[in-house]
Design a protein around this ligand. Structure first.
Ligand code: TRP
Length: 338
């Protein structure tokens, strides 16, 4: 990570649902730690969310509050981090339009994350142009505050790569150093699998445990978790690889010696899935309980939460306008200043 330079963090999420353990492991944990040391902006990317939810703005409206509640509940401190709403910053839309000239359709087609999403969503010939180009608008999210460190899950790496290509093109073509390149910060556990064993946890994949899930829902989800399909009887030896319960224990259990013991026992045989899952439920609930409690308290006062977003957005607006003045000048679009 950059040491000497001034670090500005820009990171964020689409408000398409409440946040889950995958978000926590992938970036929330890093953000909570980083806000102590660095200037941090967190964008609630409603415009990006619209690219595959344009018919359901009400969904975004509802989830902006949910996401904000999740942020505050896990310990994002509005006095240390600036949380803002993407659609309230018109400079991001303006930058996106400028950047679109610097990106080819062929390059956009190669973005592996977008490629996978396009397949998953089955857009086919009806692929919306807005969805196709959302990495360009994400480059605008990052550069509008001159973010140079982006804590995200590894699926976001292609976005940072594309952002940096745009930054370099812009600075070269307009012969300036207005934009700054960004570095991704990928956590140790870059990707938490879904409860069904799929590589990625996702709301739309239906395999997520949400930070706001009540106790009984967590019990149900863990009990349905993918383990080792070959582990039929308790006395049979079981497999650790691909066994989601063990992946979660690795991430969330405070005592790694205990996890090692459980692994040895499981592989030897004699440790049943139900007993193992009960232990994971305990651990997850110990972790989630204070988050749930804080979330519940905050949810009683949505105006307080929206006010935090309003103030954060005002702060981000001032920075965004400063960047755009520099951008317009570099592009010679400052016509009145002869
Ligand atoms: N694309 C990100 C996701 O799906 C969300 C996001 C939007 C983002 N703008 C961002 C992440 C800027 C980091 C930086 O999770």
């Amino acid at each position: 990570m950059k040491k000497d330079k001034e670090i500005t963090i820009l990171t964020g999420d689409r408000p398409t649902g409440p946040l889950h353990l995958g978000h926590y492991v992938g970036s929330l944990l890093n953000r909570v730690a980083l806000q102590e040391k660095y200037k941090q902006y967190i964008i609630i990317a409603d415009v990006q969310a619209l690219t595959d939810n344009w018919e359901h703005p009400e969904k975004l409206k509802k989830n902006i509050l949910e996401v904000a509640l999740d942020y505050l509940a896990v310990g994002i401190d509005p006095n240390k981090s600036t949380i803002f709403i993407q659609s309230m910053i018109p400079q991001i839309a303006e930058l996106t339009i400028f950047y679109l000239n610097l990106v080819t359709v062929a390059r956009l087609k190669r973005n592996p994350t977008v490629k996978t999403e396009i397949q998953q969503k089955g857009f086919g010939e009806s692929l919306p142009a807005g969805f196709f180009v959302y990495p360009v608008s994400q480059a605008a999210d990052i550069t509008v505050v001159k973010g140079n460190l982006v804590p995200v899950g590894e699926d976001q790496l292609p976005m940072i790569e594309q952002t940096n290509e745009i930054v370099r093109s812009f600075n070269r073509i307009y012969n300036c150093d207005v934009l700054v390149e960004a570095e991704a910060l990928i956590p140790k556990f870059a990707r938490l699998p879904g409860i069904d064993g799929q590589a990625k946890m996702g709301k739309s994949l239906g395999n997520a445990i949400f930070l706001s899930d009540p106790m009984d829902v967590v019990v149900e989800k863990v009990m349905s978790m993918y383990t080792d399909p070959g582990h039929i009887r308790v006395e049979d030896p079981g497999k650790i690889e691909g066994n989601v319960v063990f992946t979660y224990l690795d991430v969330f259990a405070p005592d790694s010696a205990e996890v090692e013991e459980l692994k040895t026992h499981y592989q030897r045989g004699g440790l049943g899935d139900v007993k193992l899952k009960r232990r994971l439920i305990e651990i997850l609930n110990t972790f989630l309980e204070p988050i749930r409690e804080r979330r519940k308290q905050l949810a009683k006062d949505p105006e307080y939460v929206m006010n935090i977003l309003h103030e954060g957005t005002q702060k981000a607006l001032a920075v965004a306008e400063q960047t755009l003045q520099e951008v317009r000048k570099a592009m010679q679009l400052n016509y009145y200043n002869l």
